[in-house]
Design a protein around this ligand. Structure first.
Ligand SMILES: [Zn+2]
Length: 237
């Protein structure tokens, strides 16, 4: 006959294995979630960089339009110069042309400055886009490896559950009920060894009566402090 305590130890160790596998699956799922959130941020940044670039481009377009308007006005004044009657009108028009030319010179300098800013904005945009693309690639890789790991773990969990069931089937209802109750309350460690008269679960000294029960081979012995199922750790176990 297989010792009941041995069966409980097996059930517990298999349960812990299942819990670890499930926790590991959960962690990997969270890795994917984290990566997705990071990509959302990168996407927002790339969009922001694109807007910045477009705003600078618009500024250049506006200045170039102003430049054209000024050019048109200067051309118009030059035509008017031919039909001028008085010196006074002539010098007024010349002065107007001079002022338009000065405006154009300022605009041209501004356009050059804005073009340098456009180049910087464009570099920022290109970098953000490349970063985003590389993050998206790495997300794809992550998802496919997490999928593969999850499938593998599912198989392992199923196998472990089947093995666990074989051991559970060996237990009587009373033992299983106690094991399940304790396992749910204190998570994972329902059955613990007594080592040097100390409970392996709560580290409290066990009573002489408890020790006598263990030595006497009583069906199930519980720790009086934490209620866990106790067994004596034999040498070489
Ligand atoms: Zn205890």
């Amino acid at each position: 006959m297989i010792d009941k305590i041995d069966v409980l130890k097996r059930v517990q160790s298999l349960k812990n294995k299942i819990n670890e596998l499930e926790a590991s699956q959960e962690r990997r799922k969270q890795d994917v979630q984290k990566k997705k959130l990071q990509i959302e941020k990168e996407k927002a940044l790339a969009e922001k960089r694109q807007e910045e670039k477009m705003a600078v481009q618009k500024e250049i377009d506006r200045k170039e339009l102003d430049l054209k308007t000024n050019e048109g006005e200067i051309a118009k004044y030059n035509v008017q110069l031919n039909s001028i009657k008085t010196n006074k009108e002539y010098s007024a028009l010349i002065s107007e042309i001079g002022s338009k030319k000065a405006d154009m010179s300022i605009l041209e300098d501004e356009i050059l400055d804005t073009m340098s800013r456009l180049e910087i904005a464009n570099q920022g945009y290109v970098k953000a886009t490349e970063d985003l693309r590389s993050e998206e690639e790495s997300l794809k890789d992550l998802i496919s490896s997490v999928d593969a790991e999850t499938k593998e773990a599912d198989i392992e969990i199923e196998k472990t559950k089947n093995e666990q069931k074989k051991y559970i089937d060996l237990l009587d209802e009373h033992t299983l009920k106690n094991y399940n109750r304790l396992s749910n309350i204190i998570g994972g460690k329902a059955i613990v060894p007594v080592i040097g008269n100390v409970c392996g679960g709560c580290s409290m000294n066990i009573t002489t009566q408890t020790l006598n029960e263990l030595m006497g081979g009583k069906d199930l012995v519980f720790c009086r402090s934490c209620s866990r199922i106790l067994y004596l750790e034999e040498n070489g176990d």
